[in-house]
Design a protein around this ligand. Structure first.
Ligand code: UGA
Length: 443
């Protein structure tokens, strides 16, 4: 069996290196520099375990990267994993999906096999049927179900854990158009996962597309919900959102995960997917205002972190503010829709003098934000600062001791926007504020 992957972003690349553990795999991309670097074993993104698998795949000769879609000609299964960036109105840009379908259509036309196409890119409900299938059928002059197979097969990979999530996914969703497509996809995954396959759910293509948007919108809603509760907790002395979340999470119908209050959700997926889903619902005549509220609440969360800082420090004008964490979450270099960037903009508007540190995302940040002074370590960042704001839960930040803040800062005001510290320990000698934590005075 030979595997093809179109698009080597973090989804395509994780898929390619993992499938190359078992099958010959060729991954196609348009970007020359990226393809050459990958063929040299250089990873373009920060992803745990990726480099090792890439090097292994290349040296086993089972994995290669190419600019030429013609290399997909003898593939048995082709994953479409190209980007679907958001447009201004919330809709998604399908130009990369269309271009890849055109390339794959040409390949299917000359193929002597009946390959399976798996739609991995995130697309709104109805896209596989309205866009992908007709483009593949027109390009190949073959029918889906007889000439080739097609399944909507969304991914649920978390950045930073994409390899682990590919090798041990929570579920495989197969939204198929016909029996042949479903049989081919089931057989591919059975062969890949062997004795311990993940749960497989078969549904329609639209069902699969909705599972993807439903999952990400639900996760975003859960985070926003806990952030809303955090605001309420802050009004009651001694009340802690972490206790409230734990108490709720013990109910198996609610579940404990994704109830960590913080500065809001960011990244390349959750915000974009919620916006796209709202737009798609609107286009279908369905009122998605509940999700609009989720986005609105998320949008003001960085402003709320600034308000917490001002409540303790007074005006931020001319203050030395240390921001720990720049990426959208810990241990990644991805700055897309990072709440930390939203915070930095607000701090800068208030005339604060900003220094920042992130163990992984600094180099990227330097190319994007020129009004920030970059520190060489977490300790260097807080040294001499009037105020420190923790925006991600990086290990390096967790290992800072209360005495570090007391000793190094000019005036130890600490805003823990991720709740990584124990308030009791970090309140001694420190003006400590945690998101979702009522004033300690009444404890
Ligand atoms: C998300 C989903 O978790 C994946 O399942 C999905 O496959 C992926 O999007 C995608 O669509 O490709 P990811 O964007 O890597 O994955 O990030 P998450 O780990 O979900 O975190 C998203 C944001 O929510 C981050 O800013 C994180 O800090 C925040 N978050 C998460 C919270 O504020 N509280 C929580 O309890 C959990």
């Amino acid at each position: 069996m030979k595997i093809g992957v179109v698009g080597v972003g973090y989804v395509g690349l994780s898929t390619a290196v993992c499938f190359a553990m078992k099958f010959p795999t060729v991954a196609i991309d348009l970007e020359k520099a990226r393809v050459s670097a990958l063929n040299e074993g250089q990873v373009p993104i920060h992803e745990k375990g990726l480099e090792a698998l890439l090097v292994k795949g290349l040296s086993s000769k089972r994995l290669k990267f190419s600019l030429n879609p013609g290399e997909l000609i003898d593939a048995d299964a082709i994953f479409i994993a190209v980007g679907t960036p958001g447009n201004q109105d919330g809709s998604i840009d399908l130009s990369q999906v269309r271009a890849s379908c055109k390339d794959i259509g040409d390949v299917l036309k000359s193929s002597t096999k009946r390959p399976l196409v798996l739609m991995r890119s995130t697309v709104v409900p109805g896209t596989a049927r309205r866009v992908v299938k007709p483009l593949l059928e027109d390009g190949s002059t073959k029918k889906c179900g007889t000439g080739f197979g097609l399944c909507s097969n969304p991914e649920f990979l978390r950045e930073g854990q994409a390899i682990q999530d590919t090798l041990k996914p929570s579920r495989i969703i197969l939204g198929s158009f016909d029996d042949f497509s479903l049989r081919s996809a089931s057989s591919l995954y059975r062969t890949f996962y062997g004795k311990k396959p993940p749960p497989v759910l078969a549904t329609t293509p639209e069902g699969a597309e909705l599972i993807k948007y439903g999952s990400n919108s639900f996760l975003a809603t859960k985070i926003t919900f806990v952030n809303l509760l955090a605001r309420a907790c802050e009004l009651f002395p001694g009340t802690d959102v972490n206790d409230v979340a734990r108490g709720m999470g013990l109910d198996p119908r609610i579940g404990a995960q994704f109830l960590q209050a913080g500065p809001g959700f960011g990244g390349s997926c959750l915000p974009k997917d919620v916006r796209a889903f709202i737009k798609s619902l609107r286009d279908m005549g369905v009122d998605g205002s509940m999700l609009e509220s989720v986005l609105q609440i998320n949008e003001v969360q960085p402003e709320h972190v600034v308000a917490l800082a001002e409540a303790r420090s007074g005006t931020l004008l001319g203050k030395e503010v240390a921001v720990l964490g720049l990426a959208f979450k810990a241990e990644t270099d991805d700055l897309r829709e990072s709440r930390s960037i939203a915070l930095l903009e607000r701090l800068s508007q208030r005339g604060a003098s900003i220094r920042a540190y992130d163990p992984v995302a600094m180099e990227k940040a330097k190319t994007e934000l020129d009004y920030v002074v970059y520190s060489s370590s977490a300790k260097d960042c807080i040294k001499g600062a009037d105020l420190a704001i923790v925006m991600t839960g990086c290990r390096q930040f967790k290992s800072l001791k209360p005495s570090d803040f007391v000793r190094l800062m000019r005036s130890p005001v600490l805003i823990d926007a991720r709740r990584i510290y124990d308030p009791r320990a970090y309140s001694r000698g420190i003006n400590y504020v945690g998101v979702g934590l009522g004033e300690r005075a009444a404890l």
